[in-house]
Design a protein. Structure first.
Lengths: 222, 597
C-alpha cells in the first residue's frame, strides 16, 4: 500500500510569525508547502509557477488589509484549470463573508477562525476536506447560526442529537466523519440526517458540499 | 417738547423766552411812541409791530426746536433790532440815541439769515465779504445819522420834534453821503440775492429741497429792501409812505420769517425719516443690508437725496465696491459732493457720497449712518455667531471622524500585533500539545491543554474587545453585513431591513452602527423583549435608523451614559436621536443622520 502523494499547499499570510508557524505546522502535518507569500501578488505568482491543490490565506492582506483574501479566493476559484481548494483564515468569522464565499459553490472552500491553527488535527482535516472538494465552515460560525434566535424556530423541533448532526453537516463534515465524531454508526447518522431534512422541509442532498450550501442557506434565511 | 423736558426748561428755552419778552416790551414801547408822535395810521403801527414780533416768535421757536442751528438767534436778533428802531422817537434822549445807533442792522442780519440758513453759519469768503460790507454800510449810515443829523422827515414824520439839535448839523454832507450808503445797502442786498441764487443752483437735490423756503425769503427780502431803500434813494416819500407799499413790505417780512421757521421745522421732520429707515432695515434686514442696491435706495429715501451713492468696504477694509459690486476708488470730499464714512473705530464698513447740504444738519446724517452701522454690526455679530456655530459643528464632526480613525487604528494595531502574536503562540502550543500527546506524559499533556484553553479564551476576549472598538466588517463591507453580524449575535430574534444603496461616509456608517449596537445591548440588558426590528433607510441626504423592541419599555435615556454618548455622536454629525420608551409599549430608538454632500 503506497503512501498517497502529499497535498500541495500554498500560503498567503502577511504576518511573518503566523506565516512561518503555518509553514512549519503544515510541513509537520505531512503537507507539501509549495509557497508562502506575504501578499496576493506573491500568491498568484506562486500559483502560476507551481499549481497547488489548496491555498490557505488570511482574509486581511496587503495593500488595504480589508477583504483582499476573500477577493483573491473568488479570483482563484473563478480561474481556469484544475480546481484549487481555498481555505480562508480570519481573526473574525463573519456570516456575510461566509455566504459570499459559498455563494455559488460550496465545493472546495473553507472558512476558519485563526484560532483553529492551535489544533493541527482540525486544520489538517479542514485542508484535506477542501482538497477533496468538500467544505469546512468554522464551528463558531455554525454555532452562531444555530444559536440565532428566531420567531418561529423549526430548529426547536430537532432533538439535541439532531442539532449536533446539523451543526456538523453545516461545518462540511461527511456522514462518516460525523459518525466518527459522535461515536455512532453510519446508519444512525443517516437516519438523523433524513429526519433533519424532513423536519426542516429540505430536499435530501446526496453531495456533502451541496448539503452544506443547503443547510447554510436554510440557516440564513430564517 | 416732551413733557419731561417741558417740566424743566433748558438754558436755551429760558433765553429764548426772555429775548422774546424783552423784544416784545421794547417793541410795544417803541410802537406806542410811533403811534403817539408819527402821523402814520394806527393800522400801520400795528402791522409794524406784528411784523417785528413775527421775527421774535419764529426766532424763539426756531431756537428752541433747533438749538443746533443759529438761525433761531439770528431771527431773534432781527426781531430785537426791528423794535430797537421803533424807539428812535423815544422822549428819553439816551434811548433815542441808542435806538438811532443800533437801528437798521436787521437788514444785513436778514442777509446773514439768507446766506447762513439752515445752520446759521456763513460759509464762503465772498458771502462773508458781502455781509461784512453790508454791516459796514449800515454802521456808516448809523454814524452818519448820529453825527450829521438827519431830519425826522426822512422817517416820514415832518412834524416830529427834532431831538438832536445839539448835534452839529451838516445836511449838506449827509445828503451827499446818504445816496451812496443807500446804494451800498442795495448793492449788498442784490449781492446776497445773487449768492443765494448761486447756492440754490449749485446745491444738490437734497440741499435744494431744503433751501427752497429761504430762497423764497431771500427773494422777498431782497426785493423789499431794494424797493424800500431804492424809494428812499429816489426821494419819493409819497410812495415810500404809501400804506400799500408798507403793507406789502411787512407782508414780505413776515412771509420770510415764517418760511424760514417752516423750513427749519421741515428739516426736523426729515429726521423722522431715520425712524423709517430703521424700520426699513429691521423689517427687511436680510435683503436691505445684504443687497447694497436696496440699502442705497433706503438711504436715499431717508436722507432725501436721490443722487446718494453707496460704497461698500471690502472685508479687507482697504478698498471699496459700488452697489453693483465693481471695485471703485472712494471719491474724496469736494464742496459739491460730500463723502461720509459709515462704521466705527476707524474701520469704515461703507461710505456714502451725498449732497454736502446734508451735512448742514449733522444730527440727521449721523442718525442715519448710526442706524445703518448698528444694523450692519448686528448682522456682523449674527454672522459671526453663525460662523462660529458652523465651525463648532464642523469641529464636532471632525472629532467623530478623528475618533473613528483612532478606533480603526487601534483595531488594526491589535490585529496586526497582539492578535497575530497570540495566534502564533497558539500554533506553537498546538505543536507542543501534539508532541506531548506522543510523549506519553499525561500530566504535561493536561497542563498544555489547560494552557491552550486559557490562550483560546484570551484570544476570544481580545477579539471581542477589538470588535467593540470598531468591527472590521463595518469598515470593509459596510452597514448591511455589519448589522447582520450584530443580529446574529443578538440575544433576541432580530429582523433587519437595511435599505442603503452602496456605502456611506465612514462617520455616518459608524454612527448608525453604534446606535444599533447600543440599542441591541440595551435590549439584551433591560428590555425583556421577544423581538427586535431594525430598519435602516437612506434617502434625501439622510440616513434614518430605527431599532424597535416589544419589551417592557420605560427606559430612561439619560440614565444610560451609552445613549448619552450616542446622542452626542449623532448630534456632532448634525443628526437627531430619540428614545421612545413608554412603560409597556416597548422601546424605540430612532436616529437620523444627515449624509454630508
Amino acid at each position: 500500500m503506497s503512501e498517497p502523494a502529499p497535498i500541495r499547499v500554498a500560503i498567503a499570510e502577511d504576518s511573518v510569525l503566523v506565516r512561518e508557524g503555518l509553514v512549519r505546522l503544515l510541513a509537520e502535518a505531512g503537507f507539501e508547502v509549495t509557497a508562502a507569500a506575504a501578499d496576493p501578488q506573491g500568491l498568484l505568482r506562486a500559483i502560476d509557477a507551481d499549481r497547488p491543490d489548496v491555498i490557505v490565506l488570511d482574509i486581511r492582506l496587503p495593500p488595504t488589509h480589508t477583504d483582499e483574501g476573500l477577493r483573491l479566493a473568488g479570483a482563484v476559484r473563478g480561474s481556469d484549470g484544475p480546481r484549487i481548494g481555498v481555505l480562508l483564515l480570519s481573526q473574525y468569522v463573519e456570516a456575510a463573508y461566509a455566504y459570499q464565499l459559498i455563494e455559488s459553490e460550496a465545493a472546495g472552500v473553507g472558512y476558519l477562525l485563526k484560532d483553529r491553527l492551535s489544533d493541527i488535527g482540525e486544520l489538517a482535516d479542514a485542508i484535506r476536506r477542501v482538497a477533496r472538494g468538500g467544505s469546512a465552515m468554522d464551528p463558531s460560525l455554525v454555532a452562531q447560526l444555530l444559536r440565532r434566535r428566531r420567531e418561529r424556530n423549526p430548529l426547536d423541533e430537532l432533538t439535541d442529537r439532531e442539532r449536533e448532526v446539523l451543526g456538523l453537516m453545516a461545518e462540511g463534515r461527511t456522514n462518516l466523519a460525523i459518525a466518527d465524531r459522535l461515536v455512532i454508526t453510519l446508519k444512525t447518522v443517516e437516519t438523523h440526517v433524513a429526519s433533519i431534512f424532513s423536519k426542516l422541509g429540505l430536499e435530501p442532498e446526496p453531495d456533502d458540499h451541496r448539503r452544506v450550501l443547503a443547510v447554510l442557506t436554510y440557516l440564513r434565511s430564517r | 417738547m416732551t413733557s419731561a423736558r417741558g417740566l424743566r426748561l433748558g438754558r436755551i428755552e429760558v433765553l429764548a423766552v426772555a429775548l422774546l419778552a424783552a423784544g416784545t416790551v421794547l417793541g410795544g414801547v417803541g410802537e406806542l411812541q410811533q403811534a403817539r408822535y408819527s402821523d402814520r395810521p394806527i393800522t400801520w403801527v400795528v402791522a409794524d409791530f406784528v411784523a417785528g414780533w413775527t421775527f421774535l416768535l419764529t426766532g424763539a421757536l426756531a431756537w428752541v426746536r433747533r438749538p443746533d442751528s443759529r438761525v433761531g438767534p439770528i431771527l431773534l436778533a432781527i426781531g430785537v433790532d426791528w423794535f430797537v428802531g421803533t424807539n428812535i422817537r423815544s422822549s428819553v434822549d439816551w434811548i433815542s440815541h441808542v435806538a438811532r445807533t443800533f437801528q437798521g442792522y436787521y437788514e444785513p442780519l436778514i442777509g446773514v439769515l439768507v446766506l447762513a440758513y439752515p445752520t446759521g453759519r456763513v460759509a464762503g469768503r465772498l458771502e462773508r465779504s458781502v455781509l461784512i460790507a453790508w454791516f459796514v454800510d449800515q454802521a456808516a449810515w448809523s454814524v452818519a445819522q448820529l453825527v450829521l443829523l438827519r431830519p425826522l422827515s426822512w422817517y416820514g414824520c415832518p412834524t416830529c420834534p427834532d431831538t438832536i439839535d445839539a448835534f452839529i448839523a451838516n445836511r449838506q454832507l449827509l445828503e451827499t453821503l446818504a445816496p451812496m450808503l443807500l446804494a451800498g445797502s442795495i448793492l449788498c442786498a442784490v449781492g446776497v440775492l445773487l449768492l443765494a441764487a448761486r447756492r440754490l443752483i449749485t446745491a444738490g437735490p437734497a440741499g435744494r429741497r431744503r433751501l427752497v423756503p429761504v430762497a423764497v425769503a431771500a427773494l422777498a427780502l431782497a426785493v423789499g429792501i431794494v424797493a424800500t431803500n431804492g424809494l428812499r434813494l429816489t426821494f419819493v416819500p409819497a410812495l415810500f409812505n404809501d400804506p400799500m407799499t408798507a403793507a406789502l413790505s411787512y407782508a414780505i417780512d413776515m412771509l420770510a420769517a415764517v418760511a424760514v421757521l417752516f423750513g427749519l421745522l421741515q428739516d426736523r421732520l426729515a429726521r423722522t425719516a431715520v425712524a423709517d429707515l430703521v424700520i426699513d432695515l429691521r423689517r427687511d434686514a436680510e435683503s436691505v443690508v445684504t443687497d447694497p442696491r436696496r440699502l442705497r435706495d433706503a438711504l436715499a429715501r431717508a436722507l432725501g437725496d436721490p443722487t446718494l451713492e453707496l460704497f461698500v468696504a471690502d472685508p479687507g477694509r482697504s478698498s471699496y465696491r459700488d452697489v453693483a459690486g465693481m471695485p471703485v476708488q472712494l471719491p474724496g470730499s469736494t464742496p459739491r459732493r460730500a463723502v461720509t464714512l459709515i462704521g466705527g473705530e476707524g474701520r469704515p464698513a461703507a461710505a456714502i457720497a451725498h449732497d454736502p447740504a446734508l451735512l448742514d444738519d449733522p444730527g440727521l446724517i449721523s442718525a442715519v449712518t448710526t442706524a445703518v452701522r448698528l444694523e450692519a454690526d448686528n448682522r456682523q455679530l449674527a454672522g459671526e455667531v453663525e460662523r462660529q456655530l458652523a465651525e463648532l459643528r464642523a469641529s464636532r464632526a471632525r472629532i467623530v471622524t478623528a475618533s473613528d480613525d483612532e478606533r480603526r487604528r487601534v483595531e488594526r494595531n491589535l490585529h496586526d500585533g497582539a492578535q497575530q502574536r497570540l495566534i502564533s503562540l497558539s500554533m506553537e502550543l498546538g505543536r507542543l500539545r501534539a508532541a506531548a500527546g506522543r510523549s506519553n506524559d499525561p500530566a504535561l499533556a493536561h497542563g498544555l491543554d489547560q494552557l491552550s484553553a486559557q490562550l483560546e479564551a484570551a484570544i476570544e476576549e481580545l477579539r471581542e474587545l477589538a470588535r467593540g472598538i470598531l468591527p472590521p466588517i463595518l469598515t470593509d463591507a459596510g452597514l448591511g453585513p455589519a448589522v447582520e453580524s450584530l443580529a446574529l449575535r443578538a440575544s433576541v430574534p432580530v429582523e433587519a431591513e437595511v435599505r442603503v444603496p452602496g456605502r456611506l461616509p465612514p462617520a455616518v456608517e459608524s454612527t448608525v452602527y453604534f446606535v444599533i449596537a447600543e440599542a441591541l445591548a440595551n435590549v439584551g440588558r433591560h428590555a425583556h423583549a421577544s423581538h427586535v426590528t431594525i430598519r435602516i433607510s437612506a434617502d434625501q441626504g439622510r440616513v434614518s435608523v430605527a431599532v424597535e423592541d416589544d419589551g417592557i419599555g420605560g427606559a430612561v435615556p439619560a440614565r444610560g451614559t451609552g445613549i448619552q454618548g450616542l446622542m452626542d455622536r449623532v448630534g456632532a454629525l448634525g443628526g437627531t436621536l430619540r428614545v421612545d420608551s413608554r412603560p409597556g409599549r416597548g422601546t424605540a430608538v430612532r436616529a437620523e443622520v444627515p449624509i454630508p454632500p
